[in-house]
Ligand binder design. Structure first.
Ligand SMILES: Cc1cc2nc3c(=O)[nH]c(=O)nc-3n(C[C@H](O)[C@H](O)[C@H](O)COP(=O)(O)O)c2cc1C
Length: 363
């Protein structure tokens, strides 16, 4: 048990270390293959562009958020602290990383609670993996513990089948997840977001998801941070049982984010959160044109948060996160003005087209 705990905590640090060292992004960022159709004749006053967004009845200053990343190791507390302060200031939502480690070891709860301590008003999304929920003796109570830990406004259950399958110590106990999700939604009366982590949901996934009471889907599409690669570099070559590294074999496996957003729009009536390779405010607007309600960024905010933590020791933000958020807001408003969109509701799929390669996915 103690070894399991250490493994969970250390895995979080391994992930952060390998992702920040570089080389853990998908070989192709598919958001680059979505093209805007800008209008030259000005019909909207730049000063009047309004990027206000709504999710689950809450109002935000812009249609993006910090996607789930961390907490779960003492060294990650500073990261959550600077992210939460910056999100509260920018009035955008924030997801915390998997709370699994804190369920196993209460001493780590503070690495998540620090996000709520930053602000009572911050919209916080709790997070737990599908395998941990399926394995739990009382899944609804487990989800409630995650929510109560940070007084969350919503909970994301992450689906990470590829990651668990290529991870030598992976948790493959996940087949009953959908029925449990309904029980959580019914029992806790809080929005439950079903979230991928970089492989993306497919058309068949959405055809299943639409039959369940799910509050929103987070595409977690292919094209950004690549957890197959992240797991590939973690394997211990000496004790690895196979002749090839599974993480490397499956590194290009996934549904590109723009496709996953389009499929979600076509096959579910659910609110759509787009993550996976969103890198700028321009990407946020592209995702919204394709059908997303909001878009999330993980990797860019990990880099910004580490910058803040390294400079300030985690006690005070040196503003790298805030500056990144302000940049994204400016990019969003610039793209909206180019499209003559006064409000985010004015964005639609006639304002973009996708590359021939992406079109083939849809066909
Ligand atoms: C360091 C790091 C840790 C992550 N940990 C989690 C996690 O605990 N739970 C989760 O649902 N997603 C996690 N993710 C996945 C992100 O929320 C996101 O879906 C994915 O990274 C794609 O976004 P990106 O390309 O902007 O990084 C993590 C991502 C990063 C970069």
């Amino acid at each position: 048990m103690v070894n399991d705990r250490r493994l969970n905590e250390d895995r979080k640090l391994d992930h952060i270390k390998s992702i920040t060292e570089g080389g853990m992004q998908a070989s192709r960022n598919w958001m680059d293959e979505v093209y805007l159709h800008p209008d030259a004749v000005p019909a909207v006053d730049p000063a009047g562009v309004d990027a206000t967004a709504y999710l689950f009845g809450r109002k935000f200053d812009a249609p993006f958020y910090v996607a789930a990343m961390t907490g779960g190791h003492p060294k990650t507390k500073g990261i959550n602290e600077v992210l939460a302060r910056a999100c509260a200031k920018a009035n955008i939502p924030m997801g915390v990383g998997s709370q699994r480690a804190a369920l196993d070891n209460e001493d780590l709860a503070g690495t998540f609670k620090v996000a709520r301590d930053a602000s009572d008003k911050l919209f916080l999304i709790a997070n737990i993996g599908m395998s941990q929920i399926v394995k739990a003796k009382e899944p609804v109570i487990t989800a409630k513990k995650c929510i109560d830990m940070i007084n969350a406004d919503a909970i994301a259950i992450h689906f990470n089948k590829l990651q668990e399958l290529v991870q030598p110590e992976g948790d493959r106990n996940f087949t009953k997840i959908m029925d449990i999700i309904e029980a959580i939604e019914d029992g806790l009366k809080i929005p439950v977001i079903v979230k991928e982590v970089g492989m993306g949901f497919s058309r068949s996934d959405y055809e299943i998801l639409r039959n369940y009471r799910v509050a929103a889907v987070d595409t977690g599409g292919f094209g950004g941070t690549n957890f197959s690669l992240v797991e590939a570099v973690r394997v211990d070559e000496d004790s690895y049982p196979y002749t090839r590294n599974l993480g490397k074999t499956f590194q290009d496996c996934g549904t590109p984010t723009p496709i996953s957003v389009m499929l979600a729009k076509k096959y579910t009536g659910l609110p759509i959160l787009a993550t996976g390779g969103i890198r700028t405010g321009l990407d946020v607007v592209k995702a919204l044109c394709l059908g997303a309600d909001m878009a999330g960024l993980a990797y860019p905010f990990l880099i910004a948060a580490l910058n803040d933590v390294n400079v300030s020791g985690g006690n005070q933000s040196n503003d790298a996160c805030t500056r990144e958020m302000e940049t994204i807001k400016a990019e969003i408003k610039t793209a909206m003005c180019l499209l003559n969109a006064k409000r985010v509701g004015d964005l639609d799929d006639s304002q973009v087209h996708v590359s021939a390669d992406l079109s083939r996915w849809i066909e």
